[in-house]
Design a protein around this ligand. Sequence first.
Ligand SMILES: Cc1ncc(C[n+]2csc(CCOP(=O)(O)OP(=O)(O)O)c2C)c(N)n1
Ligand SMILES: O=C1C[C@@H](O)[C@H](O)[C@@H](O)C1=O
Ligand SMILES: [Mg+2]
Length: 644
Amino acid sequence: MNTVRLTTAQALIRFLNQQYVEFDGNERKFVHGIFTLFGHGNVLGIGQALEEEAGDLGVYQGRNEQGMAHAAIAFAKQRHRKQIIACTSSVGPGSANMVTAAATASANSIPLLLLPGDTFAMRQPDPVLQQVEHPHDMTLTTNDAFRAVSKYWDRVNRPEQLMTAMIQAMRVLTDPANTGAVTIALPQDVQGEAYDFPEIFFKKRVHRIDRRVPATADLQEAVTLLRRKKKPLLLCGGGVRYSEAGDVLRRFAEKFNIPYGETQAGKSAVESDHSHNLGGIGVTGNLAANRIAQEADLIIGVGTRYSDFTTASKRLFQHPELEFLTINISDYHATKLDSVKLVADARLALEALEKELEATDYRSGYTNEIKRAKDAWEKELDRLHHTCYDDEGFKPEIAGQLDEVLPEFAALHRSRLTQTEVIGEVNRQIDSKAVVVGAAGSLPGDLQRMWQAREPNTYHMEYGYSCMGYEISGSLGVKVAEPDREVYAMVGDGSYLMLHSELVTSLQEGKKINVVLFDNASFGCINNLQMENGMGSLGTEFRYRKPDTHQLEGGLMPIDFAKAASAYGVKTYSVRNRKELREALDDAKKQTVSTLIDIKVLPKTMTGDYESWWHVGVAEVSGNPRVRQAYRDKEENLKRARPY
Ligand SMILES: Cc1ncc(C[n+]2csc(CCOP(=O)(O)OP(=O)(O)O)c2C)c(N)n1
Ligand SMILES: O=C1C[C@@H](O)[C@H](O)[C@@H](O)C1=O
Ligand SMILES: [Mg+2]
């Protein structure tokens, strides 16, 4: 056998360069590049290997390991899981910073290859800098924390272990049913150790992403079930987008007159104005989708995990004879809710169902309900777009909680903008091909309800982990994946403050992103949540500590985000009214560098829920009667929800 003498790290980089995927007959390189943040745990191993022979890998420099890994996730998500950017970190804190991102990837089923440095396999210098010592178990390191959040985990303690580790890593990264974070921990001494690797390990490998065909018997069962039902409702999940099945879903819906609601991951598989697209469904769903859902007698989940947000904690669907049919590439997800299951690729399953149903002349029993629901929502949307603080008798969407904060905020910032009017304006003004990116706070709810996606694949929401700080890192990843489109990070002030370091990377790379920052001086959605459930406002508004009471109940903190970002070299705008917003959005399009629009939006002017319920852990006993009432309400809702 021919061999080549390489270090473990050199072999790893050479191997990554030889990985390809094939999907629908199209072949492409799987590993686009690698995000690096060097320290002693990786610079002389992986760093040296990249300096010597990076091959085709683009080498990016991250600013925060979590941020760079989130950028890598967004890249893979936007490329529909067919291409990745790997991430290498140093040992200890560098790797620990990627644990959150590993969880984000696994929760969202997005392939992410993490290559954290590790403590010495040989143990000679122990405790090495940044090693956490465990007297009861010498094999434990920080990197064991990845086990709970990875779909595959391995540690390469000898160079030759790299071969099985990487072959298994590729299996998981390219498996649509089981993909997520793959962690290969690399002790720093092993990264530099040489071995005679067989040349065959570096041969070109093409991983075929198969479209799994539905089993005939399952298909027959699904058809029989569907034919019995008059009011079916499709749930369009992320699997529709990853399977590139939006056009088939659209045709299926039209042909059999079946409406569909969108999950956060599935939104924009088909344009929002399609006749059968009801828009966002569930806790963060709109009136049209949630009304139709209550009366549906069959839910056809396509590529969805049925998260509590999608099903409104299993209370949304109320038809007495409700049943579930689930199309999912993962047997695990298909088994939920006692579904009749089609474990298959979304596109193939819908096509097969279509063929069978055509032969039976099936059509749902909806008459004008779909149009009526859509029209009613459009009217409501128009109202949301035109909420105006200056109107007589103005009531914020979230009324009766902190009404007094609105005049305080308006006076402090000289802004009377509502969040819903800003979203409407942004939606109308930006290019139809632009991608909006979001993750946490009140914006995912507002966007899932309100955002009108005019083109497919223009809505990018990380709502599997809803990780604050993903928005900006994610936008960078989307921009690397889609360099010809404008990308807009839709981000709250809380998320922005948590993590925006990769904004600097966007400047460094010349990858322009636009940050649309909604500053409401609070963790707004959590403030809503606590007050909705009977609490007061505790620790969720951005207020100074008051010296006399020692509580966080002083004035609101005015933060000039535009000024801070302009110091990085970002083109910034301060926006306090519609005219300034329009001008800023318009000017931002003309820029070649990243931009940030600092918009002061009145608190409590985000959307509320539309006939949905979210199961949260309310206190069973309390001295506060409002909390006791919230608990009773929860118990009542629970009685109407499926128990599993
Ligand atoms: C990393 C992380 N920590 C905590 C949370 C819980 N959380 C969800 S939204 C939120 C506040 C978000 O505030 P902001 O970004 O300002 O959005 P707003 O709700 O005000 O629109 C918090 C703390 C989270 N989702 N992610
Ligand atoms: O706790 C949360 C509540 C949701 O409203 C929010 O969107 C999400 O980010 C979250 O973590
Ligand atoms: Mg906020």
